[in-house]
Ligand binder design. Structure first.
Ligand code: NAD
Length: 487
């Protein structure tokens, strides 16, 4: 069983207390028991960490030694793999997600670390001969200090996926994980501290409130890039704050992704596909398929089967492997989700769910019944806004054109899916949906090597893949005056 620990900040290769001396508790959303304590840092702590990172970037060989980066990051993957059982348990206890989801997230981290360890030896520039007396070499260089601000819903992977491309490219980093789930994030940093040979100061991690610690990181003139994953409104605040120091931004924000089902879809796949599109991580998933867009000819049958299948699912403590869905992360999140459900009850028709779960097993936790709401106006807040809980809204269409219009009918553009046996239609609709990822006859498949990110209000830039690493570099033109010998 996981031991309750007090986690310290990690600065210049040492674990240190915050300057306030205060801590914040991380709790288990299934029962509100404390799972760990993290430092309540302030602006002084983050400024110190940034200074250290800046110095380490300039004074160590990290940025020039790709073999060192590859071997140390590989070591890290092996250390995480050795502790994957304990990490998955702590992840479930800190975030609430089911133990199966937690294993998937930790395995994703191991895979992602190995991918970027390998990529660190493949940072290529290019060369050009623009005239007979000139040779241009275009070098990909790390930028300096990358600041990573991560959310609570996937607290292991979303921190790792920000850190690894930045490190693999040769940058120094400063990380501020989400406070609610900082215990699992700091456990991964403790493991990272065991890796031999990463120069001191290249990796620094400070926990604390976003509005002070995160904001100070964004405003710092010594931070060259901000890699942020989180809510759209925070993304707007960060863009405004970052503008003063002209830094690069990578913003991975929210979604309200459409899951479009045509009448010729294989319903034996589309129904479970629609269910797990919105229920994975209790709906607290940026790419969740939270708008089910169904063709009118199969609408009634689809909803009937969907309701039957959802009502077979078990909600409960994620550590019990027989449960399919865990709690939402906090009291605040529970209140937000219930507020949306109450609006939905007034404006639409509840197909299933629509309530908080109560009773012995549930009273101390934040459990919501999986909820499906139909017959809402397209302009309803439930249709337009990200709820971040186990709530699905249903929209009906008649023609392909209508389906595309509805799919693109929110400010978001993170992901989407189309279910049909018609290949031509699948390609047409996938190309028309304005989103960074579109699945065909499946949902929620993502891979470290496949770029991920948003159109429209879902963000700027791409995480995953080579693009994420390139975003942590600048390209420099070094030009040589070469006189050919035959002149
Ligand atoms: P959030 O925006 O509240 O917090 C994210 C991080 O930002 C936290 O570490 C927080 O402390 C910090 N923060 C808050 N205010 C800040 C400020 N003013 N300046 C700097 N940092 C600040 O988001 P959340 O509630 O933790 O996460 C849920 C959101 O994340 C959802 O909107 C979800 O869609 C989004 N998300 C997006 C992706 C993606 O890849 N696009 C992935 C996962 C989650």
């Amino acid at each position: 069983m996981v031991k309750v620990k007090t986690y310290l900040n990690y600065i210049n290769g040492e674990f240190v207390k915050s300057s306030s001396g205060k801590t914040i508790s991380c709790i288990n959303p299934a029962n509100q028991e404390v799972v760990g304590y993290v430092q309540q840092s302030n602006e002084n702590d983050i400024e110190n960490a940034i200074q250290v990172a800046d110095t380490a970037f300039h004074n160590t060989n990290w940025r020039y030694n790709s073999a060192l980066r590859c071997s140390t990051l590989m070591q890290y993957a092996n250390l995480v793999e050795n502790k994957k059982e304990e990490l998955a348990q702590l992840l479930t206890m800190n975030n609430g997600k089911t133990i199966g989801e937690a294993h998937a997230e930790i395995n994703g981290c191991i895979d992602g670390i190995r991918y970027y360890a390998g990529l660190s030896r493949n940072v290529f520039g290019k060369s050009v001969v623009p005239s007979e007396d000139s040779l241009g070499v275009l070098v990909r260089e790390p930028v300096g200090v990358v600041g990573i601000i991560s959310p609570w819903n996937w607290p292991a992977w979303l921190m790792i996926r920000g850190m690894l491309p930045a490190l693999a490219a040769g940058n120094a980093i400063v990380v501020k994980p989400a406070t609610l789930t900082a215990a699992i994030s700091m456990e991964l940093i403790e493991i990272l501290s065991e890796v031999k040979d990463i120069p001191k100061g290249i990796i620094n991690v400070v926990t604390g409130p976003g509005r002070s610690v995160g904001d100070a990181m964004v405003r710092s003139k010594h931070v060259d890039i901000i890699n942020f994953t989180g809510d759209e409104s925070t993304g707007v605040a960060i863009s405004e704050a970052a503008a003063k120091t002209i830094k690069k931004l990578s913003l991975e924000l929210g979604g309200k992704s459409p899951n479009v089902v045509f009448e010729d879809a294989d319903l034996s796949k589309a129904v479970p596909g629609a269910i797990w599109a919105f229920l994975f991580t209790s709906g607290q998933l940026c790419m969740a398929g939270t708008r089910l867009v169904v063709q009118d000819t199969i609408y009634d049958e689809f909803l009937r089967t969907l309701k039957e299948e959802i009502e077979k699912l078990k909600v409960g403590n994620g550590l019990d492997a027989s449960n399919h869905i865990g709690p939402v992360v906090s009291q605040t999140q529970l209140d937000t989700v219930m507020e949306y459900i109450n609006i939905g009850k007034k404006e639409g028709k509840v197909i299933t769910g629509g309530y908080r779960l109560t009773g012995k097993e549930f009273d101390n936790g934040f459990f919501v019944a999986p909820t499906v709401i139909a017959e809402l106006d397209d302009n309803s807040r439930l249709v337009q806004e990200e709820i971040f809980g186990p709530v699905l809204v249903v929209q009906k269409f008649h023609t392909e054109e209508e389906a595309i219009k509805i799919a693109n009918g929110t400010k978001f553009g993170l992901a989407g899916a189309v279910w049909t046996k018609d290949v031509n239609r699948a390609v047409r609709v996938a190309r028309e949906i304005k989103a960074g990822t579109v699945w065909v006859n499946t949902y929620n498949k993502f891979y470290t090597e496949a770029e991920f990110g948003g159109y429209k209000a879902s963000g700027i830039g791409r995480t995953h893949g080579e693009e994420a690493l390139l975003e942590c570099t600048e390209i420099k033109h070094i030009n040589f005056d070469i006189k050919p010998t035959y002149f």
